[in-house]
Design a binder for this molecule. Sequence first.
Ligand code: B1M
Length: 216
Amino acid sequence: MSDDMYKKLAEAIINGEAEDAVNLAKQALDQKLDPLACITNGLTKGIQQVGELFSSGEYYLPELIIGADAMKAALDILEPALVGDQQREVVGTVVIGTVEGDLHEIGKTLVGTMLTANGFRVIDIGVDKSSEEFIAAIKDNDATMVGASALLTTTMLQQEKLIEAITEAGLRETVEIIVGGAPVTEKYAEQIGADGYAEDAISAVDIAFRLADGPA
Ligand code: B1M
């Protein structure tokens, strides 16, 4: 039953059918399916397929936008179910955002939701955020961790600039920095001096817990 639902969710995203995606997401919750599995095996598979169709020239920008909007609509239903209503002790405060020049928000938001679900206080500053905006949010919220997402090979370079700016602002010893996003690799993260790299939202939580004990 769950495989069938994942397939339908993926198809709704590929076809850019937001209403279908929302109805399926609601059905999935009614059927007590695991919301994270629905996101990972259904919605994410669908949007990856949209990306491939875009790369191969079968889809153009409008289809990319429509697919992403359908995914966001379904995530609005599924993400609250990930967080639940449990009250926990705050593990740490994380400022999370997508770097300057980059408008991709879905993966960053999912990482933020999973961190929230696991007891972190998450300050999501949004997309296309400059180093100065990250730094202001760190200071305003006494953050102990920063998460920077980048989805483009061009904008991943901003992650390095962000780390440099945090160092110049005298905050490098007070915050742990995690980077991620489709083009980012563990090697790149090491090269630019990040404290952690995560390839998906679940490993982002693992890394955040590992780093939560405090700056190295
Ligand atoms: Co864009 N886009 N896009 N896009 N888009 C990609 C990234 C691309 C790979 C598509 C392709 O060509 N196959 C390609 C990048 C090529 C490259 O640089 N190598 C691309 C391009 C080219 C572009 C434009 C330049 C297109 C154009 O205008 N001609 C343009 C750039 C705009 C800009 O940012 N300045 C553009 C625009 C867009 C939309 C706005 C239409 C839309 C985003 C809408 C939105 O977010 N509101 C969009 C989409 C949807 C995609 C694809 C299809 C899907 C991205 C996504 O949401 N994935 C994408 C193709 C792909 O990735 N396969 C593509 C689902 C999400 C759950 O996964 O974001 O990878 P992801 O996040 C994962 C992990 O990466 C990780 O965990 C997440 C959850 O598992 N992760 C982190 C992410 N951030 C993390 C942070 C962490 C840790 C882990 O720590 C802090």
